[in-house]
Every structure is written in structure tokens, then in C-alpha cells.
Design a protein around this ligand. Structure first.
Ligand code: ATP
Ligand code: MG
Length: 152
């Protein structure tokens, strides 16, 4: 279905902004949010993907940090970015983070089963979309996924 990313982002900000603030993190929405073209896909599934990414960003970003949702687009697709100023992911781990049950913290001290990102990737693949990650240890991480435009 065709839906507004601006509305979805605002709902997520209302839901997760307070949770982020509790941990002294700011959750920042895209500034050009209202220029963003409508998206095409299953909004519930896309919300689920965003929740997985925001949950991780909150979990892996020390207090005082920033979590930013960004969006850009071209004629054929929209890209959504979830960027954080957190602990980052080492080059040796980055290839594995989408694997089921993979956690960088091998001792599994952190909460979570290591399933979030594998589910996010699977949901996006079912919609014909892709997700990628780029990170610098100690500086932060950005997850980027694609969406179809709903206006052509
Ligand atoms: P679950 O999502 O099942 O509760 P999880 O968060 O550990 O558990 P994933 O969401 O699949 O599992 O993430 C896998 C691993 O990738 C995490 O355990 C963490 O080591 C790393 N990771 C994911 N997102 C980030 C991030 N934003 N910054 C740093 N590391 C991350
Ligand atoms: Mg997770």
C-alpha cells in the first residue's frame, strides 16, 4: 500500500523519543521529512524494521549520543538511514550482524537473542528491498534500507 513515511516517523518519534530521552539520547527526525515522496510497501512491516533498528541504536549508543533518522530518494527508490553515535561495529563483525543469533558480544551479556537484524533483512527481502550497514568502531553506525516510491 502507499503510505506516508513522515507520519510513520512521527509515530515512532512519539513512541521511542521518551525511551531514548530516558537514556539521555536524542532521537532526531529528518528535516526534509515533508518533502519525502510517499512509499510503497507494508507499513506495519516497515515499522517493524524501523523498531528493530531504533532498538539497537538505543541499546548500543552511550548516554549523550544521538540517533538520527534520515531519508533521501531518487527517481526509482527511497533510502531510509538510521544513524547513531554509538559503539560501532568492528570490520571483523560487520559481515555477520545480519546472521541469525549473531551478537558481537559473544558472552551474551547484553539483552537480546541476536535475531533482530536477521528478521529486518528477511522482511525487506520479502518486499524486494535491501539493507546495508556501515560503521566506524567507537564512532557510530548507520543502517540503510531501500523502499519503493509510491508515486510512480
Ligand atoms: P535482538 O534484536 O534479538 O533483541 P540483538 O539486538 O543482539 O538481539 P540484532 O538486532 O540482530 O540482535 O543485532 C546483532 C548484533 O549486531 C548486536 O548484538 C550487536 O552486537 C550488533 N549491532 C546491531 N546494531 C548495532 C548498532 N546500532 N551499533 C552497534 N552494534 C550493533
Ligand atoms: Mg536487536
Amino acid at each position: 500500500e502507499v503510505f506516508s513515511l513522515a507520519v510513520l516517523f512521527q509515530e515512532l518519534s512519539a513512541k521511542y523519543g521518551p525511551q531514548a530521552k530516558e537514556r539521555d539520547l536524542s532521537l532526531v527526525l529528518p528535516d526534509k521529512i515533508h518533502d519525502c515522496p510517499p512509499a510503497l510497501g507494508d507499513p506495519d512491516r516497515i515499522e517493524q524494521v524501523l523498531i528493530i533498528l531504533i532498538d539497537n541504536a538505543i541499546k548500543f549508543t552511550p548516554a549523550g549520543g544521538r540517533i538520527e533518522l534520515q531519508v533521501d530518494w531518487n527517481d526509482s527508490q527511497i533510502r531510509v538511514h538510521v544513524r547513531d553515535t554509538g559503539i560501532g561495529i568492528a570490520p571483523s563483525d560487520i559481515k555477520s550482524v545480519f546472521d541469525r543469533f549473531y551478537k558481537v558480544d559473544k558472552a551474551h551479556q547484553q539483552p537480546g537473542t541476536g535475531l533482530g537484524l536477521s528478521i529486518a533483512r528477511e522482511l525487506l527481502q520479502l518486499m524486494g528491498q535491501s539493507i546495508s550497514v556501515s560503521s566506524k568502531e567507537g564512532q557510530g553506525t548507520v543502517f540503510t534500507f531501500t523502499l519503493s516510491r509510491g508515486d510512480h
